[in-house]
Design a protein around this ligand. Structure first.
Ligand SMILES: Nc1ncnc2c1ncn2[C@@H]1O[C@H](COP(=O)(O)OP(=O)(O)OP(=O)(O)O)[C@@H](O)[C@H]1O
Length: 251
């Protein structure tokens, strides 16, 4: 039975959500998941289990075929694996894009853009063009562009998967600091168990297609997180738990 949920509910909610593509591919089945402001939920699962589909349903790029999806529609941000910057625009102009599309005033845009650029650590690179930046810096610009609209819900589709390990860890450090400061609702797709545990309040493990939730692993570390927790016994234990769930082992 469909459950009516107001669209303006803060954060994001899936209730018995299923998705069957027009060609008959059943990508998701019976997903129940709540992501409230101040929660950072990572999703891990085998390739093709419907992780990106989950994000697309949340963003309304695709429409679910069963159950419900409720999302605060006013402030949704989506970061893709590719930074999707416009090559002919400087960092400053790329970061300004969403505010310009929204029709904000010039002074307001300038303030929001500078704040976002400072928050992601790109101060001094405002007038650089995308080809003059490293992969990590391009992702920072992409995140900054989202921050300008004060997102209540932040969707991430494996944003750091293409980066080298050192850049990825640095971006993870900065993202969890940002999350601590802004307290948005985050749904983060990744193939890295360590990244999921390091960033999240909860790691959701999905089964192979059709994707269903197999396990939920709460992560108890307080924010802002000390990068050294990655070497702690508790961290290793949590990673092992996620890994075992992925392998279909009971606890
Ligand atoms: N537009 C589409 N039409 C039909 N099937 C689709 C469509 N988009 C995705 N699928 C299928 O739905 C399933 C889930 O795809 P999705 O991209 O959500 O998986 P994923 O978990 O994000 O995969 P990966 O980890 O490899 O990125 C896959 O079997 C995929 O082939």
């Amino acid at each position: 039975m469909a459950v009516a949920i107001p669209e303006t509910a803060a954060g994001l909610r899936f209730v018995s959500t299923g998705m069957e593509y027009p060609d008959g591919t059943v990508a998701l089945e019976g997903v129940d998941l709540d992501v409230r402001p101040g929660q950072f939920v990572s999703v891990v699962g085998p390739s093709g289990c419907g992780k990106s589909t989950l994000l697309r349903l949340a963003s309304r790029l695709e429409h679910h075929t069963s159950g419900e999806v409720a999302v605060d529609p006013h402030a949704l941000a989506y970061v893709f694996q590719d930074a999707t910057l416009l090559p002919w625009r400087s960092v400053k102009k790329n970061v300004a894009l969403f505010c310009e599309l929204r029709g904000d005033g010039k002074a307001d845009i300038a303030r929001r853009v500078q704040e976002a650029i400072d928050l992601v650590g790109l101060t001094g690179f405002e007038n650089h063009y995308p080809h003059q930046l490293s992969g990590g810096m391009r992702m920072r610009a992409s995140v900054a562009r989202c921050l300008t609209v004060d997102p209540g819900v932040f969707l991430f589709d494996e944003p750091f998967g293409a980066l080298d390990e050192i850049s990825r860890q640095k971006l993870n450090d900065d993202l969890q600091t940002l999350f601590h400061a802004q307290k948005f609702a985050a749904l983060f797709v990744t193939h890295s168990i360590a990244e999921a545990v390091y960033l999240s309040t909860e790691v959701v493990v999905m089964s192979g297609r059709p994707g269903r939730i197999l396990d939920r692993v709460p992560v108890p570390f307080a924010y802002p997180r000390d990068p050294q927790i990655r070497y702690s016994e508790e961290f290793a234990h949590l990673c092992a738990r996620v890994s075992q769930s992925l392998a279909g082992k009971e606890h």
